[in-house]
Design a protein. Structure first.
Length: 243
């Protein structure tokens, strides 16, 4: 393994916090790199979530990103438990490091070392997908949109409503979900993060509404989940509750 790949792998695992530079943008899109397909609605089939990047200019030796599932929606339902101990188990999740098409080639150099993980937070019940890969130097074309990852969710066993006691199906598939890139960056050959901003905006989800870092491209499920407006707690409002 070359020295650059060793350094890159250690950087990804240890959470390197070197100088950050804005360079390019990332998006999550259902089934396509371009155009952006923000939303998917449930059916008992496999859904391909494509992470792509545009405007990457510097030669690089790694890229790293995190997809968070569950903003505003609370714990993910069994239909989204693609961890090994969940209803779906890891067998229903396929993370692919390959180009979606010739028009959206893969951003990855030779001799890759991938690190991926689907994790459910025991406190919040929300899920994260870590997607990292180190490789020998890759020199991109700034005008090309590149595939970073394809994340394939097999919802063949997903159903609306509660999960039956025998767990023959995985319930909650009709519920909304948000899938947000809490961060995404490429690691350039100077061992610096080239942070990827969001390629897209949606007026329904203004900047800052997602937890974690600034949104860097997102996708929705069944229309997406929105924040619940807080209710007034003035004395006049409280008195009105007793009338």
């Amino acid at each position: 393994m070359k020295v650059t790949r060793i350094l890159a792998a250690l950087t990804l695992v240890a959470g390197f916090t070197g100088v950050a530079h804005a360079a390019g943008c990332a998006r999550l899109s259902w089934g396509t790199c371009d155009p952006w397909v923000e939303n998917a609605n449930f059916s008992q089939s496999t859904f391909n979530l494509v992470e792509s990047a545009l405007g990457v200019a510097n030669p690089n030796v790694a890229h790293d990103s995190n997809i968070h599932i569950g903003a505003f929606s609370g714990p993910v339902p069994d239909a989204w438990r693609f961890d090994d101990s969940g209803c779906q188990t890891g067998s229903q999740l396929n993370i692919v490091s390959s180009a979606l098409s010739k028009a959206c080639p893969l951003l990855k150099g030779p001799a890759p070392l991938p690190i991926t993980n689907f994790f459910v937070d025991p406190g919040t019940g929300e899920a994260d997908i870590r997607l990292s890969v180190a490789y020998d130097t890759f020199t991109p074309v700034v005008t090309t949109r590149y595939t970073l990852w394809q994340v394939q969710f097999n919802h063949t066993f997903s159903t609306p409503g509660p999960t039956p006691a025998d767990m023959s199906t995985c319930g909650g598939a009709e519920l909304c979900e948000n899938l947000n890139l809490t961060y995404a960056f490429v690691l350039n050959t100077a061992n610096q993060h080239d942070n990827l901003s969001s390629c897209d905006t949606d007026p329904a989800y203004p900047a800052g509404v997602f937890p974690g870092a600034a949104p860097s491209g997102f996708a929705t499920w069944n229309g997406g989940c929105h924040p619940v407006a807080t209710q007034s707690t003035t004395w006049g409002h409280l008195k009105g509750l007793y009338h």
